[in-house]
Design a protein around this ligand. Structure first.
Ligand SMILES: Cc1ncc(COP(=O)(O)O)c(C=O)c1O
Length: 470
């Protein structure tokens, strides 16, 4: 079955990484005998061929060697081989965050950051609220927030969600986090342990892939299309692999911009309930729509506590304030709060108070309305500048990204190097792919640079791609 083959291929990469990590962490030193193929296959609950394939690649890369009929051993310089791959100080325990590496390269034409141009954000208004907050709460910097988050903010968000989605929630079911990035990390810490099976969309938000791999989870991918998921595939995977959770970003999905239709949302919750799989709904782009409001969150269909809803407000109010909320059943929230307390004892109170006063103001709605128009104009500029090519994409109705397919013969690695030389950045699709195979796709964000830079940068970008086609 095609689905099965794909997943096995990815499991092989995870076994490859597992061995590398053991060597990096010096759990397995030089000439250490590796577990036999049979043993590791049993331990990891995978087919022997999968382990064999990983061992063959490790051998080819001179990380391990084989003694005929005896077994596989760590090369004398095998540790060095892995050290060469990554910084020896941090690499022992930390995998790469590919996206942040790209963001670290300073460029003029930045198509890699899924962020909003700071000139479009309400900087002026926020500074008014800073003054107001210090008047209202003179001791705001002398106090911790509670771990769960400021009660006044949680109550205000609760009212907002009830008003928007007509679903009853209580302030006790909310946890304030420092951005949705932290929320995903906390959820992974609380609910995923090594070897757990989890489902991720393909493609997916790349730091989320890195977080779950770091936890040692076995990842199985679920294709996302412009019309949502293949629910038969989802049911098959839930039934046969009994995944712990399914992390999804169903509204103006990053990187594709797709939105899972309303008709699938309720069914997804029913499947998750039936197979006891948590749904982690990451909803960062919900308010950034161009045509009409998106369908209500999947969370609104949850009746028994199957969905953990993550809603960030960072993108369109202030990425620097780092405010997001997790909403879920109180039994799940208890575990998340323990991890949150161990992480940072609660998000900064000052940030929460500034956010609270701006969020509940009339200015916020006016800002959002103008912002949607400004971002949709930038999206149109990008599409217009790319219309001279034969590249493929589906025009998104919201979000910050265009997911573009380039001609197959273009090497994305070469393209990225060349683009950096021209002060241009983008995100290679492969890092958004849990299977690391989507080699012709790239993500271009249209929201970070201004209209003038967009036109100039895209003109150069098309020329760079064309120069590689010759
Ligand atoms: C799908 C998705 N989840 C989470 C995040 C992290 O956002 P935050 O700034 O809220 O941490 C992003 C940012 O790009 C994202 O696209």
């Amino acid at each position: 079955m095609v689905k099965g083959v794909r997943n096995v291929e990815f499991l092989f990469e995870q076994i490859y990484q597992y061995v590398l990590r053991k060597i990096e962490q010096k759990v397995w030193n030089e000439h250490h005998k590796l577990p036999s193929i049979r043993q590791l296959a049993k331990e990891m609950n995978v087919h022997r061929l999968t382990v064999h394939k990983a061992y063959q690649l490790l051998k080819k890369n001179e990380v391990i060697y084989v003694k005929d009929k005896i077994g596989y051993y760590v090369q004398s310089n095998g540790t060095k081989q892995t050290e060469n791959l990554e910084n020896p100080i941090v690499s022992s325990y930390v995998r790469k965050n590919h996206l942040s590496e790209i963001h670290q390269v300073p460029v003029t034409y930045n198509f890699s950051q899924a962020l909003i141009d700071p000139n479009l954000l309400p900087n002026h208004f926020l500074s008014d609220y800073v003054k107001k907050v210090f008047d209202l709460y003179p001791k705001v910097l002398s106090s911790y927030s509670t771990v769960q988050g400021d009660l006044e903010l949680r109550e205000s968000l609760t009212k907002y969600f009830i008003n928007q989605y007509k679903k009853h929630i209580d302030a006790t079911e909310l946890l304030i986090t420092s951005g949705s990035q932290q929320a995903i990390h906390i959820i992974a810490e609380a609910f995923v342990k090594a070897k757990d099976i989890i489902l991720l969309e393909r493609p997916s938000y790349s730091p989320a892939i890195d977080i779950f791999i770091e936890k040692g989870a076995k990842i199985i991918s679920v294709d996302i299309h412009s019309n949502g998921y293949d629910l038969d595939q989802v049911e098959y995977l839930m039934k046969h692999y009994k995944p712990r959770l399914f992390y999804l970003n169903p509204t103006f999905h990053n990187p594709t911009g797709y939105t899972v239709p309303n008709s699938q949302r309720k069914q997804l919750v029913e499947l998750a309930e039936k197979y006891r799989c948590l749904l982690v709904e990451d909803d960062v782009y919900h308010d950034i729509y161009f045509v009409g409001k998106p369908p209500p969150p999947i969370y609104t269909y949850d009746t028994v506590g199957t969905v953990i809803y993550v809603r960030s407000f960072c993108k369109y109010i202030s990425p620097g304030l780092r405010i997001a909320a997790i909403i879920c059943h109180s039994s799940l929230l208890q575990s998340l709060m323990i991890v949150k307390s161990l992480t940072d004892n609660g998000s900064p109170l000052l940030n929460q108070k500034i956010f609270l006063h701006y969020f509940s103001s009339k200015r916020m709605q006016q800002h959002l309305e103008k912002l949607r128009i400004a971002i949709s104009i930038r999206k149109e500029i990008m599409e217009e500048k790319l219309s001279v090519t034969n590249w493929q994409w589906t025009s998104p109705n919201g979000g910050l990204n265009l997911w573009v397919r380039l001609p197959q013969h273009i090497s994305i690695e070469k393209l990225l190097t060349k683009c950096f030389e021209h002060s241009i950045s983008f995100v290679p699709g492969q890092i958004c792919d849990p299977l690391k195979q989507q080699t012709s796709w790239i993500r271009l964000s249209y929201s970070y640079i201004n209209e003038h830079q967009l036109r100039d940068g895209l003109k150069s970008f098309v020329e760079v791609v064309e120069s590689l086609e010759e």
